[in-house]
Design a protein around this ligand. Structure first.
Ligand SMILES: *Cc1c(COP(=O)(O)O)cnc(C)c1O
Length: 242
């Protein structure tokens, strides 16, 4: 087994154990490979190991990498997106995770109309209210949710969050729980299910799964430590989890 295959086996075992502890089916949680900073060769390696879902958080990098990668992969944009990159996001990505304002949602809707597609989105929530992070304040999201949902070319599939870093993942359990509760309240407003909860990364995926994650986003536990960015616009585009 290659190192990546070994890492993948370890991640799957962690996911399965968390599902078992919480009485969930293992196929109720999707694993996303977060390939930011990784070259196309690493994406190809992960695809060969059976991964299909990939996440990128920077448009410049994605624009180069996605066309060089196997065609059957599903790409999600997972970071903060500037409105002037909405057009590229709609043409390159199947899903935009991290829609964090009504203004961005309206721009994505406009671009989706132009490109004659509908766009699944997840709404990013700043559950812990960290000033360094993007995302909706929970009350504001509840206030704007129906307006968002009225954008006909956006399909709101659920919520996502980036939990604060903690050495002990138990400490972020309340963040994941609050995201799930907020999802339930949005779903009540809507009168329809919002099935997706994107939460949990390399260090805290078990706790996220126990609290209801349906998609975990894993970078370093799969690929190892990220190579440093070398391209010139890295500094201006770095995001919260960059
Ligand atoms: C980088 C990143 C991840 C993956 O983080 P790891 O700790 O390397 O697993 C997940 N989600 C987002 C939004 C990221 O930017």
């Amino acid at each position: 087994m290659s190192e990546l295959e070994e890492n993948l086996a370890r991640i799957r075992a962690r996911m399965d154990a968390a599902c078992e502890r919480s009485g969930r089916q293992p196929d109720s949680v999707r694993l996303m490979a977060v390939s930011k900073h990784q070259p196309p060769s690493r994406v190809a390696e992960a695809a060969a190991a059976g991964l299909r879902l990939f996440g990128e958080n920077r448009m410049q990098e994605a624009k180069v990498k996605i066309p060089q990668s196997p065609g059957h992969l599903e790409w999600h944009f997972i970071g903060h997106l500037q409105s002037n990159k909405a057009r590229d996001a709609v043409s390159l990505f199947r899903v935009v995770q991290g829609v964090d304002s009504l203004a961005l949602a309206m721009e994505l809707h406009k671009q989706a109309v132009k490109q004659a597609r509908s766009l699944p989105v997840l709404l990013e929530v700043n559950v812990a209210g960290e000033s360094s992070k993007f995302g909706w304040n929970p009350d504001r999201l509840l206030a704007e949710f129906l307006e968002l949902n009225a954008l006909s070319r956006l399909e709101v599939h659920g919520l996502m969050t980036i939990a604060p870093y903690a050495v002990d993942p138990e400490r972020v359990r309340p963040v994941f729980r609050r995201l799930r509760e907020l999802r339930d309240r949005c779903s009540d407003l809507l009168g329809a299910p919002l099935p997706v909860l994107s939460m949990g990364m390399s260090g805290d995926l078990e706790v996220a799964i126990e609290e209801g994650a349906t998609l975990v986003r894993v970078g370093t536990a799969l690929f190892g430590e990220r190579p440093r960015r070398t391209d010139p616009d890295a500094a201006t585009e770095a995001t919260e989890a960059g």
